[in-house]
Design a protein around this ligand. Structure first.
Ligand code: ATP
Length: 927
């Protein structure tokens, strides 16, 4: 059957139709959704629910953008003037270089953009839909018009929807309207001409659900959505700018001015000395051309892009490029506990009731295992009433589902709830039985702020529940499970083994809970309250109307083992001078026990010097004065029972203490803290779309160790950038100085502008770029984090750059003069001088592979890229020296063996000097 369904939101004003009309129009079902057959048909007809790849700026514009750089302006002017002077070959070479530079830049930029785009698809958005009457999770690009989509807090709306059911649904529509205050939605029919921002009965693709839940019918997908429309108009252009590239752009401007001034001065000096104006001018151009580091911007982008790819391989997906740089400077990592430092695989180990503790056997989510009392006797749910009701509450006040797939038991939903289903099943209370006994009427969902979940049920347990529970047999029963203190606050009594009520012994319950939490177990309390017929209106069930005087039935304590790699990652961070802090909504005792197990408490925290990190709770934090707050936060290693709002304050306080903070988060309310942190880290598996949207980095495996790996890669990226700059600048400075010296001395130029361009372009690509592939140095995680304000080049490196520049000038000048004095032609002497530059730079490249260790210690052949690059460069040098065509273009001439030996001798001598400098520096650092 083909449908008359239209996929465009603009064709029909769906907001002005009633929900059932939209259902009819789109030939769907408001409860069962589409059938699989309809989905397949519509997918072929409307295509995937994805925005077409952004074309960004036009091709021509993007190529032209490559010329928009002050350094390139200078080159263009030089080329034009050279042509004006009749030096057509030189002019052609200059223009050639500019064009090659633009092409390389363009290709690299496109590749980097494509890489970032590719990363984005690694974090795929999923959507919950109802199809064929079953709820399922599907990739959001599989949605079609007519699909029935379910929304929950934290979701990104996957397509344009006409809402048909909702509960307190609020949506942040800033992606569409720019308005960041969440908009309350409802189902009412609206008049036709009404702006998008006021269409309260619609939820638009790309917007974020901040609270509540709802269901809607897809009325437009992919490019037909409102977001698709905007995308078409704007063409989202990705910016590749980072603080570093911006700094470099600034540096380029200053450099250009300096180079121009120097070139002008050179020209002036030449004229004053009555030198030939044309020759002097050519020299001034040579100076300008030589001193410009053309390859620098491309090298920086490539190094960053390679870093991003390496991080992705280690399961850290970078969403914003500046994060690559910031990672290397991270001084504090604030991590969630559940799921990041722990496995988030919960198993109830103990159920405690007023009759005592019951131990639970079995592992994982398989419902095989038994409960037994402290004499070791197996018990069933019917053994005692408090146990029965604790298990019933755990299983009925629960949104998870336990399923068996290919003989493996799995949980759909929250693992905490999954564990409670499993323990109930172990005692013979499977979900079907529980739902049969207690059909659910209403829900107050769990939230991290509330820390409990409550449900209202019709009570059919009168037969199982003894009459002596107040109010039984009852029409309704309220069930609550959640954090112990929160549930205790709602209780006034507790259930005995025989089901009778007795006054609540708060202290005894808290002691039992502390004991369990001290073993690293997550403890939840369960409570119930029967309601007499007519005593309660099920429609009015909400947080404010929750009846007082609940009856505590018991505690359930579950094990969530620390992740295997967490301990070693925490210790690696410590060695790297990075403090790790746990921020959790869990109980302080549970958090402390887990923190102790992974070595979090042993690390000296910043700002103190004491050996054990403190444990602070949300209440402790609230009691601190504004003055005490930052210092206390700096000293603590564990923050327990912290609310998401407090996370933002924690980040701000740490930043005020000068820290670069990486902060993890997964919920809707974590978004402000993630945005504030230097590196906001979201969870790829369990995190909400809102959190991912706010984050700089997404962990596809949710594992803490991945953050540590990303920091390591971040440091590597910075190292490689530093290495490239340390390697490339001497060439530019050396070339500039050689020309300057020649003019000052009134001598012939030892190298020509075209030769300089050859050196700069070929060595940057064949030699310098290979440093971007340099593996990380061995001790990279034993250093302290890089100070973000610290300049890229330390004093020692600046001195090394000057040293190598000096060696290049001395070596090339000496050889140029020597060759001339021994009968070589000017072209031959220049060819020898040019080769000095290239060969010294090639030798120096090996030294630059490590900033501190000698080339021998890291192994000459350990980076195959470098070897390949040197080989290519060598072939290039032979070509420019011996090929007649290239001789004509570049003004070179073939040289003999003797000259090559002298060049090699200079390169070896220069390498020895650099090695001595390195050795001397490292001994200096050690003393
Ligand atoms: P983090 O991931 O930051 O370590 P968390 O998962 O430990 O956080 P929350 O999920 O906010 O923290 O849980 C806080 C407390 O709320 C838990 O210690 C537990 O007592 C209670 N709780 C957790 N999940 C549920 C749930 N599904 N229903 C009822 N109560 C819950």
């Amino acid at each position: 059957m083909t449908t008359s369904v239209s996929a465009s939101s603009s064709a029909t004003a769906h907001h002005s139709l009633a929900g059932h009309e939209v259902v009819l129009l789109l030939e769907t079902d408001p409860h069962d959704g589409l059938t699989s057959q309809q989905v397949t048909e519509r997918l072929t007809r409307f295509g995937p629910n994805a925005l077409p790849a952004s074309k960004g700026a036009g091709l021509l514009l993007r190529i032209l953008r490559q010329f928009h750089n002050p350094l390139i302006y200078v080159l263009l002017a030089a080329g034009a003037i050279t042509a004006g002077l009749g030096e057509y070959v030189d002019s052609a070479v200059i223009f050639g270089v500019v064009v090659i530079n633009a092409i390389v830049g363009f290709i690299q930029e496109s590749k980097a953009e494509a890489a970032l785009e590719g990363l984005r698809s690694m974090v795929r958005t999923r959507a919950r839909v109802v199809r064929d009457g079953h709820e399922q999770t599907v990739p959001s690009d599989g949605l079609v018009p007519g699909d029935l989509v379910l929304l929950d807090a934290g979701d990104k709306v996957p397509a344009d929807l006409r809402l048909i059911r909702l509960a307190e649904l609020r949506v942040n529509e800033s992606a569409l309207t720019g308005e960041s205050v969440p908009v309350a939605k409802d189902e009412v029919v609206l008049p036709e001409p009404i702006p998008v921002a006021d269409r309260r009965n619609m939820a638009y693709s790309g917007t974020l659900v901040t609270t509540g839940s709802g269901a809607g019918i897809v009325i437009a997908s992919g490019a037909e959505t409102e977001l698709g429309e905007i995308h078409r108009l704007v063409g989202a252009a990705e910016t590749l700018a980072t603080p570093l590239t911006q700094k470099l752009a600034g540096f380029s401007k200053i450099l250009t001015i300096a180079i121009l001034a120097l070139a002008a001065a050179t020209f002036g000096v030449g004229l004053l000395r009555d030198q030939d104006p044309v020759e002097t001018f050519t020299a001034a151009i040579a100076l300008a051309v030589g001193a410009i580091p053309e390859g620098l911007p491309a090298a920086v982008t490539i190094t960053l892009a390679i870093g991003v790819a390496r991080m992705a391989r280690r399961r850290a997906v970078i969403r914003r490029l500046p994060a690559v740089e910031t990672l290397g400077s991270t001084t504090v990592i604030c991590s969630d506990k559940t799921g990041t430092l722990t496995e988030n695989q919960m198993t109830v180990r103990t159920v405690w009731t007023s009759a005592g503790p019951y131990e639970v056997t079995g592992s994982g989510y398989s419902p095989e295992g038994t409960l037994h009392d402290n004499t070791g006797t197996p018990v069933s749910a019917g053994t005692e009433q408090a146990l029965l009701w604790s298990l019933l509450v755990g299983a009925a006040c629960n949104d998870a589902a336990l399923t068996e797939q290919d003989t493996r038991w799995m949980i759909v939903g929250d693992p905490t709830e999954g564990a409670m289903l499993v323990v109930a099943a172990k005692a013979g209370l499977n979900s079907d039985r529980v739902t049969g006994l207690l059909p659910r009427l209403a829900t107050i969902p769990f939230s991290s702020e509330r820390r409990y979940m409550a449900t209202l049920h019709r009570d059919t347990t009168a037969d199982t529940a003894p009459d002596n529970i107040a109010g039984h047999p009852a029409a309704h029963v309220v069930l609550v499970k959640g954090a112990v203190e929160r549930v205790l606050d709602l209780c006034s009594a507790q259930m005995s083994a025989d089901g009778t009520l007795r006054p609540l012994d708060r202290i005894a319950v808290l002691r039992a809970a502390d004991d369990l939490a001290g073993q690293g177990l997550r403890v939840l309390a369960t409570a119930m309250r029967p309601l007499k017929p007519g005593a309660f209106d099920p429609d009015g069930f909400g947080e404010d109307t929750l009846p007082a005087g609940m009856v505590l039935t018991g505690l359930q304590a579950m094990l969530d083992p620390p992740r295997a790699a967490a301990t070693s990652a925490v210790s690696a961070c410590r060695t790297a001078g990075i403090a790790v802090k746990m921020i959790t909504g869990d109980h302080a005792a549970t958090a402390t026990a887990i923190a102790g197990r992974i070595g979090l408490l042993d690390q000296p925290q910043h700002g103190n010097g004491c050996d054990r990190g403190m444990v602070l709770t949300g209440t402790d934090l609230a009691a601190l004065t504004a003055e005490e707050f930052p210092e206390a936060v700096d000293r603590a290693a564990v923050f327990a029972r912290v609310s998401p709002e407090q996370k933002l304050r924690l980040v701000e306080a740490l930043q005020a203490r000068g820290h670069v903070v990486a902060m993890t988060g997964d919920g809707v309310n974590d978004a402000p803290a993630l945005r504030q942190a230097g590196i906001g880290v979201a969870m790829g598996e369990s995190g909400t779309e809102v959190a991912k949207d706010a984050a700089d980095m997404v962990l596809t495996d949710d594992d803490f160790a991945t953050i540590e790996a990303a920091v390591e890669e971040g440091r590597g990226v910075f190292d490689n950038l530093t290495k490239f700059i340390t390697w490339t600048l001497p060439t530019n400075i050396g070339e500039g100085l050689v020309i300057l010296a020649a003019i000052m001395a009134g001598a012939a130029l030892p190298i020509l502008p075209t030769q300089i361009l050859w050196i700069n372009m070929t060595t940057a690509v064949a030699l310098g770029l290979m440093l971007a592939f340099e593996p990380k140095e061995a001790g990279i995680m034993t250093r302290r984090p890089r100070d973000p304000d610290q300049p890229l080049l330390t004093r020692a490196l600046m001195l090394r750059i000057m040293l190598v520049s000096g060696l290049l000038v001395a070596g090339s000048w000496w050889l140029f003069e020597w060759e001339l004095a021994h009968g070589a032609s000017l072209a031959e002497a220049r060819t020898a001088a040019m080769n000095v530059f290239v060969v010294v730079e090639a030798f120096y490249l090996f030294s630059c592979r490590s900033l501190t260790r000698s080339a021998w210690r890291i192994g000459i052949f350990s980076n195959r890229w470098v070897i390949a690059g040197v080989t290519v460069q060598a072939i290039g040098q032979l070509a420019i020296t011996y090929l007649p065509a290239m001789n004509t273009v570049f003004g070179t001439a073939p040289i003999g063996w003797g000259a090559w030996l002298r060049i090699l001798a200079i390169a070896v001598a220069a390498s020895l000097v650099v090695a001595a400098d390195k050795w001397w520096r490292s001994t200096l650092d050690q003393t």
